[in-house]
Write a protein that binds this ligand. Structure first.
Ligand code: AHR
Length: 507
């Protein structure tokens, strides 16, 4: 028998706006993300626009991706942007020491990235180099991209074929300085963040949102140091602060860094450990937000989770430094849990970027290196089904259910949900995390009613079901029946390990 749960959605209690930027993405020079994923070059037999894969762009446009972070990650702190401009056959080479120790030919650089953003209709989030780059280098990069007149860098950009300046709304001041980005201590980096940010200028009305490289996981002391470094600048007001946002990185795995677990061959115990790790995002966002509140109660400084997602052992036979992994129903549920948490924290969380868009970690798309075939992952579908939350007002929701899963004494909720409204439309997201048994869910709508209700469900035969070239739609959204009870309340039956959205017009 299906267990019964109630999801209360207060249609008339709207909270902060959910920034569309929490549905942001990340593309690093890592494995086959840029090369093979986005970039195939103009001479490829794979249909492309100026070297960028048409099928990848078309698929990502379905997600309306709001921003794209590039070029790293760890790669950012060894990237020298001037190596990636000018004629491609004359660009210097370098070693990508973090990711596979392979030679990078710099054929995908600033112009190619900005072209990609334009094709995707996404805003650029450029991540600068603090670890091995100079202040001048960073300053000149923003000048090169965004300046309109005949300044030295604007002239250089024109000489390389781009007359009009581009927009760069987001700029990262290094990446993981506590690790791959320079092995720094918090106070030392905080001083550098102030210094480097100062020279990331606003040219020609391009107002940059500068993001200081923040904490890993639960390192609240790092967040504290970055907030303290802002307080002598007048309580962190958005305009006068050297940086306007602080990042956070958190990856989900069932094991640990030495044995992260397989993407597809996992036990029920590993499934629940993954769910627990994903649910931990709620605690992390609360911890870092609370620390920021101490220094910035008005929430002028934004929290930016610019790396998140699952991290599994690489697929057997693939390069260990390329971080290529499959993506199952379990990954989709991890994404659903994160988004519900993001929606609840929309007062402080201004952006989030899943790692990474194509062929790396929890990707939206996988491309076959031999045939070029494109696969949409289960995670892709969660992003698509949740797109209605972009810039919508978060609605107050409450789950009434006594169903939990006992994992070594911890009682894990087996239902996750959130809701939002925008322009008279309501979108409710809900996932059944149980591994067996349907859940009957009563949508207890308060303060209004919904008409023209449409529901979709995403699931699979198994918690480890995934898509591949020979079964592209093993995990894809299907229509879900919503019944109306005599008292007007809506009821849905959610299969085990499934994610659903219910949308309707508010009356
Ligand atoms: O996303 C992969 C890597 O994870 C990034 O390069 C780095 O910032 C993080 O450790």
């Amino acid at each position: 028998m299906a267990s019964l749960s109630r999801l209360i959605v207060n249609l008339d209690i709207a909270g902060p706006t959910i920034s569309r930027h929490v549905y942001g993405h990340f593309a690093e020079h890592l494995g086959r993300c840029i090369y093979g994923g986005f970039w195939v070059g103009e001479d490829s037999t794979i249909p492309n626009t100026r070297g960028i894969r048409n099928d990848v762009v078309a698929a990502l446009r379905e997600l309306r991706i709001p921003n794209l972070r590039w070029p790293g990650g760890c790669f950012a702190d060894e990237y020298h942007w001037q190596d990636g401009i000018g004629p491609r056959d004359q660009r210097p080479r370098m070693i990508n020491s973090h990711w596979g120790d392979v030679v990078e030919d710099n054929s995908f650089g600033t112009h190619e990235f900005m072209d990609l953003c334009e094709l995707l209709d996404a805003e650029a989030y450029v991540n600068g180099n603090v670890g091995s780059g100079t202040v001048r280098e960073m300053s000149e990069w923003i000048e090169y991209i965004t300046r309109a007149d005949d300044s030295p860098m604007a002239a250089l950009r024109r000489a390389n074929g781009q007359d009009e300046p581009w927009k760069v709304p987001f700029f990262g001041i290094g990446n993981e300085p506590w690790g791959c980005g320079g092995n720094m201590r918090a106070d030392a980096y905080a001083d550098l963040a102030r210094q480097y940010s100062t020279y990331v200028r606003n040219h020609n009305g391009n107002e940059v949102y500068r993001i200081a490289a923040g904490a890993n996981n639960d390192d609240v002391a790092w967040t504290k140091a970055l907030m303290e470094a802002l307080t002598d600048k007048g309580s962190a007001s958005r305009k006068s602060s050297p940086y306007q946002g602080i990042s956070l990185h958190y990856y989900t795995m069932s094991g640990n860094w030495d044995a992260k677990g397989s993407a597809t061959a996992f036990s029920e115990d590993e499934y629940w450990k993954t769910i627990k790790a994903a649910q931990h995002i709620e605690t992390l966002l609360s911890m870092h937000s609370t620390m920021m509140d101490v220094y910035d109660p008005d929430k002028a400084v934004g929290l930016v989770l610019d790396e998140w997602g699952t991290w599994w052992d690489v697929e057997p036979g693939t390069h260990p430094g390329f971080l290529y992994q499959q993506n199952t129903v379990r990954d989709a549920l991890v994404a659903a849990i994160h988004f519900d948490s993001f929606h609840r924290h929309s007062d402080r969380l201004v952006m989030a970027n899943i790692a990474q868009t194509v062929n790396v970690l929890q990707a939206m798309l996988l491309t076959d290196p031999e045939t070029g075939a494109l696969v949409k992952t289960p995670t892709f579908h969660v992003f698509a089904m949740n797109a209605g939350h972009h810039d919508a007002r978060a609605l107050l929701t409450h789950i009434v259910s006594d169903s939990t899963h006992d994992l070594e004494g911890a009682q894990l909720p087996t239902l996750t949900a959130s809701a939002s409204s925008k322009d008279g439309k309501v979108l409710i997201s809900v996932a059944n995390l149980e591994l067996d048994g349907e859940k009957e869910i009563v949508l207890d709508l308060r303060g209004g009613q919904l008409e023209e209700v449409v529901a979709l469900v995403l699931g699979g035969d198994h918690m480890a079901a995934f898509n591949a070239p020979e079964h592209l739609e093993a995990v894809a959204p299907r229509p879900l029946e919503v019944k109306e009870r005599a008292d007007g309340q809506l009821v849905l039956r959610l299969p085990a390990h499934s994610f659903a959205t219910v949308s309707g017009t508010l009356v």
